[in-house]
Design a protein around this ligand. Structure first.
Ligand code: ADP
Ligand code: MG
Length: 231
């Protein structure tokens, strides 16, 4: 398995946010993680990446126990993360945003890695010398995805990549993610599931921090996933 999560538990203060969360993502497969606002999706991803230390359970990636590993070790092992809200470096140029991760990861053939992400999002090539903060929201999201992809992750984790993005760029982002399918494992959080359904091999629905439903992507409709997503 690319990623195996079992019995994961997380809390903020006294509030239990995740309990008993488990799932697996096979290499090169795509998993949709669904659930209402506040269900615990972002908390789960932050725990997977080690941004939050887990309170219980195990996280294995490519056969290695990552449960206690710091974030940069998980990233170096091949876990790429696009956080909700992007978190690019606003004061650095597009090129500097990319080059920093290539250097941190000591990525082999960095010039080729740069070309690969620009081929995926040509607008970043046009904007290469601009400050990240001067890009539109959708362009910043493309930059955030490019930054996660540049070191060639084995698993790409995306937290609501089309949230707050103008419709013209949503299509470009969806096309890029679809193009990545089959080249790496993908864990995709989408609150609205039309796009996720078109892509996902499997899905997991979180409801109040627990796995409420899981199944194959092609059965999402028949399984009644949408009842867990409406407010
Ligand atoms: N930093 C935080 N401190 C305390 N509670 C938080 C924090 N971040 C999120 N929460 C709470 O944890 C729960 C899960 O939030 P989150 O993981 O962001 O859900 P989702 O991404 O599914 O919308 C919510 O009840 C939210 O209010
Ligand atoms: Mg969230």
């Amino acid at each position: 398995m690319s990623l195996t999560v079992s019995s994961l538990r997380q809390r903020y203060g006294s509030a239990l946010i995740l309990e008993g969360v488990g799932f697996e993502i096979a290499p090169l497969s795509c998993m949709a993680l669904l659930g209402r606002n506040g269900a615990g999706k972002t908390t789960l991803l932050r725990t997977l990446m080690g941004v939050l230390p887990s309170e219980g359970g195990t996280i294995r990636f490519e056969g290695a126990d990552m449960t206690r590993a710091p974030s940069h070790i998980r990233a170096r092992a091949g876990m790429g993360y696009v956080p909700q809200g992007r978190e690019i470096f606003a004061d650095l140029t597009v090129g500097q945003n990319i080059d920093i991760v290539l250097r941190n990861h000591r990525t082999a053939e960095p010039d080729a890695a740069r070309d690969e992400v620009v081929a995926l999002f040509p607008v970043l090539g046009q904007m290469w010398a601009r400050r990240g903060g001067d890009l539109s929201g959708g362009q910043q999201q493309q930059l955030a995805i490019a930054r996660a992809l540049a070191p060639r992750p084995k698993l790409l984790i995306l937290d609501e990549p089309t949230e707050g993005v103008q419709p013209s760029i949503v299509a470009a982002i969806e096309a890029a993610i679809a193009a990545l399918k089959g080249r790496m494992a993908i864990l995709l959080v989408e609150q609205y599931y039309e796009f996720a359904r078109s892509l996902a091999d499997g899905y997991v629905v979180l409801d109040r921090g627990r796995v409420a439903l899981r199944g194959e992507g092609k059965n999402m409709e028949a399984d009644g996933v949408s009842r867990f997503l409406s407010v």
